[in-house]
Design a protein around this ligand. Structure first.
Ligand code: HEM
Length: 285
């Protein structure tokens, strides 16, 4: 009887799959960062319109989500296989492994990956599934004649908690060191990282990491700063006060609205929302 051995994926294919899936995820993260920065546009309408647009074709949204999810699975799977392979090869190949100088990011890639995964699960529970605070799902905003989800208020309320804001800043810092290292080793895996380009590519990788860190950390950090004095861009105090005064109760959930004209927020030129907003009336006064 012939013994069937599981087919092994060649190392080079693993590296290509790891690099390719990583590249897709970096592109998603760059796009997501650009989308988030709309919070600074000066009108809740901008990011709320964008969120409504993303959800406008559910079939396409699920197709993109499934593709991204498969990239995450492939990326983690290849990371585990390559780590095991490297460990198995190390004693024979690197008798002096202890002397090899590697950066902090390189040595902790698998652990930063695990923390980033935990962060993404928390993030999805908070802003996509809205199970961390069920009230977020009931935040409404009048846009172009419809009541839409008030993603602007949800993000501000989410980051008003200093522990949540701090956790996001830490997680995006880890994400950026992970991405920078991954980005520079991707070129090595793809065989385009020769000595001439090594320095330039490492600089480009650090620059991408820095831009991402600044872009992502800006949102929780600005919400924390604006908590102490409302700004024309992020009226955090007014939003917190209005939400508190509406005494939302999970036992009798009801839509909840913010009157942005009671805040120092300057309406954007394309803001088509009515000047007097309808605040939801409590179901049980
Ligand atoms: C700190 C800044 C961030 C903010 C303000 C933010 C904001 C949001 C919001 C509001 C949503 C829900 C969008 C909606 O359903 O309309 C969302 C979804 C998501 N975010 Fe973030 N995010 C941040 C950082 C990140 C990071 C660093 C990652 C990845 C590593 C990430 C990955 C995702 C994913 C995968 C989704 C689900 C998209 C979907 O619904 O299919 N986010 N984010």
């Amino acid at each position: 009887m012939s013994e069937t051995r599981p087919a092994r994926i060649p190392s080079l294919v693993k590296k290509y799959l790891m690099a390719g899936s990583g590249l897709v995820l970096v592109l998603f993260v760059l796009g997501h960062m650009a989308g988030n920065l709309q919070i600074f546009s000066g009108s809740p309408a901008t990011i709320n319109r964008y969120a409504r647009f993303l959800h406008s074709i559910p079939e396409l949204l699920w197709l993109v989500r499934s593709f991204l999810f498969s990239c995450v699975i492939v990326h983690i799977w290849m990371a585990v296989l390559l780590t095991l392979e490297n460990r198995a090869a190390r004693p024979a190949q690197y008798a002096q492994a202890a002397n090899i100088q590697t950066s902090f990011a390189a040595r902790t890639m698998i652990w930063s990956g695990v923390i980033i995964l935990a962060f993404i699960l928390f993030h999805l529970a908070q802003f996509t599934l809205e199970i961390v605070n069920p009230m977020y799902a009931w935040l409404e905003y009048p846009l172009d004649g419809h009541q839409v989800h008030d993603v602007y208020a949800m993000v501000i309320l989410g980051f008003a908690d200093p522990a949540v804001a701090g956790f996001y800043i830490l997680a995006v810092w880890l994400l950026c060191t992970h991405l920078s290292h991954g980005f520079s080793s991707m070129f090595q895996s793809l065989g385009v990282r020769n000595e001439k380009w090594r320095h330039r590519l490492d600089q480009a990788a650090s620059a991408v990491g820095l831009v991402l860190f600044a872009g992502f950390a800006a949102v929780p950090a600005s919400v924390q700063f604006s908590k102490y004095s409302d700004t024309q861009i992020l009226p955090v105090q007014s939003i917190l006060q209005q939400v508190d005064s509406q005494k939302w109760d999970p036992a009798s959930p009801r839509p909840i609205g913010i009157n942005y004209y009671d805040t120092p927020l300057a309406p954007a030129e394309d803001d088509s929302t009515p000047r007097v907003l309808q605040i939801a009336v409590p179901a049980h006064p």
